[in-house]
Design a protein around this ligand. Structure first.
Ligand code: SF4
Ligand code: SF4
Length: 330
């Protein structure tokens, strides 16, 4: 027996990048591992889910969950972690906001299944078979999790105590979050464990941003050679910095790539896409309606820009999400 705090790390619909960033805290991870009793980490350690099921409620001090919720297996595991954990940390953009897989909410589940299993040019499926939740093979029943109608953020399914955004969160923020947990200095429940400023406030190009940005033409980053010293918006290149939480260390900006919003909405803003759109509209410098339309038509893949990481928590997506009854009644 050990009196160390028990920590569980779980991935749901995830690419593995969030687990990788935990490993990326390098040798400092050894200190973390020595300070806690890791009871679950499917990508790295061979614990089984039934070990967690047998634990007392609240026995795990910290449950770290990355990835979005798309199927009944994800929801079931998230609920089990909630039941067994005192504190739940939504880790990474997918758990916090739905992440890039959340863009699938622009299509119905039926559309996705039809394309993936029947219509995509690389598919050979003459009988049009699609996955079923139960199948009989040789007299035995095989089961698959049920795919939900929509991609969900973690807090659509369970109560979440803290949020650590990023795709993935940078290692220094991971270490800061774990240290705050170990030292009992976590902020108020519901807080983001990243900066409370907007990315523009910490961006090294902020000084070059004019008080009033006037955009006469919108360019895509691959179409131009962006000036690495000037604010992207002042160059007519869409950058989500004004509506995105800071804390990433300006990773993309530093390699001359505009921000795409993986740290999610800033404090007191519910919908970063809507917030950015209203700001962008005020920056467009057109003489008349035709000019306005010409410039706005230059924004290709509007939803991909505005909601690359956050469509499932956007205001416009709320109605659709109600068709999945994923939250517990208790
Ligand atoms: S819009 Fe982008 S480039 Fe400009 S100051 Fe903000 S984060 Fe920096
Ligand atoms: S610059 Fe934007 S997209 Fe890039 S890591 Fe930071 S928050 Fe994420």
């Amino acid at each position: 027996m050990t009196d160390k705090k028990k920590v569980a790390i779980l991935w749901l619909g995830s690419c593995g990048g969030c687990d990788e960033t935990i490993v990326d805290i390098n040798e400092l991870i050894l200190g973390v591992v020595n300070s806690v009793d890791l009871v679950l980490w499917p990508i790295a350690l061979d614990f089984k889910y039934h070990h967690i099921e047998k634990m007392a409620d609240g026995e795990i001090a910290l449950g770290i969950i990355n990835g979005h919720v798309r199927n009944s297996d994800h929801a079931e595991m998230a609920k089990l972690m909630r039941q067994k954990s005192q504190v739940i940390l939504a880790f990474g953009a997918c758990a916090c906001f739905g992440g890039t897989p959340g863009l699938a909410n622009l299509r119905s589940k039926e559309d996705i299944f039809r394309w993936v299993y029947q219509e995509a040019p690389t598919v050979i499926n003459p009988k049009g078979v699609c996955p079923q939740t139960t199948t009989r093979v040789d007299g035995k029943e095989l089961t698959l999790p049920e795919m939900f109608e929509s991609v969900h953020s973690l807090d659509h399914v369970i109560d979440v105590d803290y949020y650590l955004p990023g795709c993935p969160p940078p290692p220094y923020l991971v270490l800061k979050a774990i240290t705050a947990f170990l030292e009992n200095t976590l902020p108020a429940k519901g807080s983001s464990l990243a900066s409370h400023k907007a990315l523009c406030d910490t961006c090294p190009r902020n000084a070059s941003k004019p008080n009033k940005v006037a955009i006469t033409e919108i360019k895509r980053i691959h179409e131009v050679e962006a000036d690495p010293t000037k604010c992207f918006l002042s160059q007519g290149i869409i950058c989500m910095g004004p509506a995105t939480r800071s804390g990433c260390g300006e990773s993309c900006i530093n390699i001359n790539i505009p921000c795409r919003g993986c740290f999610g909405h800033i404090e007191l803003v519910a919908d970063s896409g809507a917030k950015f759109l209203s700001g962008l509209a005020s920056m467009i410098d057109a003489e008349d309606e035709a000019g306005l339309e010409k410039i706005s038509d230059q924004v290709r893949d509007t939803m991909g820009y505005l909601y690359r990481f956050s469509l499932p928590i956007s205001i416009m997506n709320q109605k659709r999400l109600q068709s999945d009854e994923v939250k517990s009644d208790d």
